[in-house]
Design a binder for this molecule. Structure first.
Ligand SMILES: Cc1ncc(COP(=O)(O)O)c(C=O)c1O
Length: 413
């Protein structure tokens, strides 16, 4: 038997098949419980596939950055207007006067804040990955790229929460130029009043990476960083924030925005992605209408799922603290190993085969489930499927598919 030769024509057919298969599987056959992902609304998806996808625009639209740079583009009358709508909606929703929806991702939003504000040799405090912090702030990554020293901001409370006293002591003794808040394992809000006061006392900036909790902040459900005195808020637009992949940045401080905004173009990136910006703007406007209901349901689902899984004997962290105040719950890795003899990676691969997607590092998220229409009352049934799925029970895949098919369309759009 000879293999069919791959080639331009056959590869295109194969590509179309793969995309269709992905859409069917992810869109109809699984419950997505990955805390880093979400479902994009129909209107935002339409904009992602629009003509905007291939366009360039002017470097930075600015009434107060001075002259526009000459070697830029015509044909931008609508992209300019779309960007203004997006920036204004982000500023309203996150309570800052200045916003940009240009950053291409959460990581790039972090670079967009750090590179212009902090010169090489700056010292920053960030939560270590071993305490649930983002790997990007570990010494070999963004700090190495930008020439910073990074020191730990302790997050060793329940579920890697930050204790006010320990944070204040670290800030006072390290005297950094900036404190970077935000975690990839993110369950509880920070004691912002104490952190901001301590940072002010050593003239440090407070930067809040809200990549995981941006949609909850938008819905008024987690904490309100800029109103609590944080200097710059930024993050991904596709985790609890239910938009297309991207990033945004908001601040109430004109002096900082004057440094950040002009530095984006040609330092952090050149052109922004206008189809994504239209999609993210749509999501911001949807959240202005439905954000509080969406965020409340997402957090209530996470708490109810934590309780239901605990009842099934799963080792969910921070049970004494109500499991979570975010869209995530966490499986305790060492307890899982002690109880079952395998880790979260094995668990996640088993569940994946049954149509239940959790991540390989033991986080379970409820944001997309809320978008589908699952409510706290559905969490015991979901926990039951997770428990039986983890034991490899044969009927679970069928049950997951049948239940998943009952959720058509998205809520909060
Ligand atoms: C806290 C935090 N910041 C930034 C990022 C990077 O986000 P993005 O994938 O949008 O670049 C992540 C990714 O998971 C994250 O957890």
């Amino acid at each position: 038997m000879t293999d069919v030769p791959a080639g331009p024509g056959t590869d295109e057919v194969e590509l179309a098949r793969l995309v269709r298969a992905h859409e069917r599987w992810r869109g109809r056959a699984v419950f997505n419980l990955l805390p880093s992902e979400n479902a994009v609304s129909p209107a935002a998806r339409k904009y992602l596939g629009s003509d905007l996808a291939g366009r360039y625009t002017l470097p930075i639209d600015s009434d107060w950055h001075g002259e526009r740079i000459d070697n830029s583009y015509t044909g931008t009358r609508y992209t300019d207007a779309i960007e203004k709508l997006g920036n204004a909606a982000a500023a309203r929703l996150f309570h800052g006067r200045y916003a940009t929806v240009r950053p291409l991702s959460g990581h790039i939003a972090a670079l967009s804040a750090l590179a212009p504000l902090l010169p090489a040799k700056s010292k920053v405090l960030a939560i270590e990955p071993k305490d649930g912090g983002y790997d990007g702030y570990a010494p070999g990554f963004i700090p190495a790229l930008l020439g910073y020293t990074v020191r730990p901001l302790p997050a060793d409370g329940a579920g890697h929460s930050v204790d006010a006293g320990a944070a204040v002591a670290a800030i006072r003794s390290e005297r950094p130029q900036a404190v970077i808040l935000g975690q990839s394992f993110f369950l509880f809000p920070y004691p912002l009043a104490e952190i901001v006061e301590a940072a002010r006392s050593v003239e440090a900036l407070v930067l809040y990476d809200a990549s995981h909790v941006l949609g909850l902040i938008a819905g008024g459900e987690f904490q309100d960083p800029l109103r609590a005195g944080v200097d710059v808020l930024f993050g991904s637009t596709h985790k609890s924030f239910p938009g297309p992949q991207g990033g945004l940045l908001v601040t109430d401080r004109e002096d900082l925005f004057r440094q950040i905004d002009p530095a984006l173009v040609w330092r952090i990136f050149d052109n922004a992605h206008w189809n994504r910006i239209a999609g993210v703007t749509q999501t911001l406007l949807e959240l202005e209408r439905f954000g509080p209901d969406y965020a409340r349901t997402t957090v209530a689902n996470a708490q109810a799922l934590g309780a239901a899984l605990t009842e099934k004997g799963w080792p969910i962290v921070a049970a004494d603290h109500g499991y979570t105040r975010s869209h995530q719950i966490h499986i305790d890795p060492s307890e899982l190993h002690a109880k079952r003899g395998y880790g979260s990676g094995t668990l996640a691969r088993r569940l994946e085969r049954q149509g239940l997607l959790i991540d390989l590092v033991g986080r379970i998220g409820t944001a997309e489930a809320a978008r589908l229409g699952l409510a706290p009352g559905d969490m015991p049934r979901l926990a039951d499927l997770l428990e039986r799925g983890s034991r490899g029970r044969p009927t679970v895949t069928r049950e997951v598919r049948a239940w998943r098919r009952t959720f058509v369309g998205l809520q909060f759009v």
